[in-house]
Every structure is written in C-alpha cells, then in structure tokens.
Ligand binder design. Structure first.
Ligand code: NAD
Length: 320
C-alpha cells in the first residue's frame, strides 16, 4: 500500500457525506492501493449519529483505511490535510431565502478559511459542496490567502453529470458515449449548460438536439424536482459527483469536465477575477486547467445573469 493521505470530510453524518464515505474508503477515489487517514470534522463529535457512522466504518474493514478520527477541532483537522471536502453547512430551512442561507453559512466558511490559512498546507486541495457552494468557496478563499488559489474549488460536477445524463437519455445512449458538455456559472438555477461542442461517439451532434431550451431547464431545476419526488435533497448523485471531482483532481482527466474555480484575471468568458465560477476544465498533474471553448452568442445574456448573481452574493457576503 502507498503512504497515507489525509482526507478531511466535514458534516460526516449528513446525507451526502453518508453516501460518499464508503465509496471513498473502498478506494474508488484515490486508488485501491492508497491508504487514507480519515478525519471527520463536525460540530458534535459525540453525537450518536456520528458514532454510528464511525462504527460502520470500522465494520467495513476497509483495506485502505489507515486511521479515523472524529473531531470538532478545526486546527487538528486541517493540519497536514491533503484533501478537504466541505459538505457541512446549515440546510435551507422553511421560509428561508437563499440570502438567509448565505448569511448563516458565511460564518462557517469564514472561520474554516482562517484556520486553513493558519495550519493548512498551501497545496491542500479543497472542494466546497455546502450551499451556496460557489460563494462559500469564495468566502473561504478570501480568508485563506496562503492556500494556492486554484486549489479552492466548488462543486459543479453534479450539474455537469446531470447535463450528460439528460443528453444520454435524449439520444438513448450510455452516458459514456457523450462528451464535451460543460456548465458555466453558479451552482443555482442561473447556471448555463453548454452543448455546442457536444460529441456523441466522437462525432458532433449539436445540430441534432432540437430541444436545447427544455433540456437546459430540466438540468437547472433538477435539484428541486428531486426534492419534490424524494422529500429530501439529492444525496447519492451529489456524493457521486463530489467523488468524481476528487478522483479527476487526484488522477487527472483529459476529458472536458466542469469545475468551479476562482476566475483568473484573463478568461474568455469575461468573469470578474476571483469569482468562483464553473468553467470547462481538464485536470493535468493535479491542477485544473480552464479550457477556452467558444460559446454561441445567444448564451451571452444567460452568462451575464449568472455572473451578476455571483457578484450580488459576493457583495452580500462582504457587507452583512
Ligand atoms: P445535511 O443537512 O444532511 O448534512 C449537513 C451536515 O453538516 C449535518 O450533519 C450538520 O450537522 C453538518 N454541519 C453543519 N454545520 C457544520 C459545521 N460548522 N461544521 C461541520 N459540520 C457542520 O445536508 P446534505 O444533504 O448532506 O447536504 C450538504 C450540503 O450540500 C448542503 O448545504 C446542500 O445544500 C449542499 N448540496 C450541494 C450540492 C452541489 O452540487 N454543490 C448538491 C446537493 C447539496
């Protein structure tokens, strides 16, 4: 077995984390030959729910598990971490607006950013899943200037996977036959799926999609449709997307995927520097590389809308 890597999961007894942990420890993300020092960071390490999760981890006797720890001490958790997945966030309660959620979760990410900045390795790789994921990642990044900027990411892989899933259904093929789809913008219903580069079995097929507007709308509203149907928000698909993101980050990918990253100063989508925005990316030698993929002019208004939303969230987070 290879030397252990330290992986921190926040909100470990939440729905998404519970769906992700067992696949992570079975070697699906970092390889079956990689030991994992698992740290479960939560507000209540003695909660019986978390103790139950911890018992199940022991009972799986995962060959990849090197050590496991439950703690509420962020300094202890983040010191020497290699990978951090932040699922932990307060959920949107009844009558709560997106704005209220942002303000409640802001404190969590501000504090975690400060601690990461103090004790984290500059190279630590962080994925923010807790919503509003892009702005939470922005807040974290602003508070952690010592951490490599493009190592603080937010999850847009779920929207990406949903886009592939919808096109696979449309063409009645396996998702493995669809490539070169990506999403731009915020993880919210302003996000913009982009299809004009799509390949079906390596052949251009954009002209065959007659229903782009409807498919895009299905992708944008998928989260709320799942809540309506299941009575709870998507957990397994969000967990799978988080693990896909981390696996591609660790092993690299030549395929186009979607990753939310702090926008660099120069980018063809004209996103203001620093906003955490979903870009089409490949991953090479552990670094996300934004791909310059042209988009149809008719998407410009939608892209501006998702940029404006992120600016609004950023201003709110800065001034409240
Ligand atoms: P959940 O409510 O089941 O779990 C969240 C967990 O976080 C809870 O166990 C809670 O105790 C914990 N927590 C709260 N504050 C914490 C803190 N300060 N430190 C550590 N842990 C803390 O929610 P879930 O269904 O697992 O979803 C988790 C988050 O992911 C939510 O914010 C949800 O909106 C978001 N989400 C994001 C995407 C995406 O694509 N980006 C998709 C689905 C869900």
């Amino acid at each position: 077995m290879k030397y252990p890597i330290r992986v921190v999961i926040s909100g470990p007894s939440g729905n998404i984390a519970y769906s992700a942990l067992f696949s992570l420890l079975s070697g699906d993300v970092f390889g079956k030959d990689r030991l994992i020092d698992l740290v479960m960071l939560c507000s209540c390490p003695n909660s019986s729910q978390l103790q139950g999760v911890d018992m199940e981890i022991v009972d799986c006797a995962f060959p990849c598990l090197s050590s496991h720890l439950c703690t509420s001490d962020q300094h202890l958790a983040f010191a020497n971490a290699d990978y951090v997945i932040l699922f932990g966030a307060l959920p949107r309660g009844p009558g709560m607006e997106r704005k209220d959620l942002l303000l409640k979760n802001k404190d969590i990410f501000e504090q975690q950013g400060k601690v990461l900045n103090e004790v984290g390795k500059p190279s630590v790789r962080v994925l923010v899943v807790g919503n509003p994921a892009n702005t939470n990642a922005y807040i974290l990044q602003q508070n952690a200037p010592n951490i490599q900027k493009n190592h603080i990411t937010a999850l847009s892989r779920l929207d990406h996977n949903r886009s592939i899933g919808q096109l696979a259904q449309y063409f009645n093929v396996s998702p493995s036959e669809i490539q070169n789809v990506f999403v731009l913008g915020n993880h919210s219903n302003t996000m913009v799926p982009v299809f004009n580069h799509v390949l079906l079995n390596n052949k251009q097929c954009y002209d065959e999609i007659k229903d782009v507007t409807n498919i895009s709308q299905t992708i944008r509203t998928r989260g709320s449709k799942i809540i309506e149907a299941r009575g709870q928000s998507s957990a397994a698909s969000a967990a799978q997307a988080s693990l896909d993101h981390m696996r591609d980050w660790h092993f690299g990918t030549e395929k186009i995927t979607s990753c939310s990253l702090p926008a660099p100063k120069e980018n063809i989508y004209e996103v203001p520097e620093g906003l955490v925005f979903s870009f089409p990316c490949k991953c090479v030698d552990g670094e996300w590389v934004i791909q310059d993929m042209d988009i149809p002019d008719e998407l410009n208004t939608q892209i501006q809308k998702t940029i404006d939303e992120l600016i609004e969230e950023k201003i709110l987070a800065q001034h409240e």
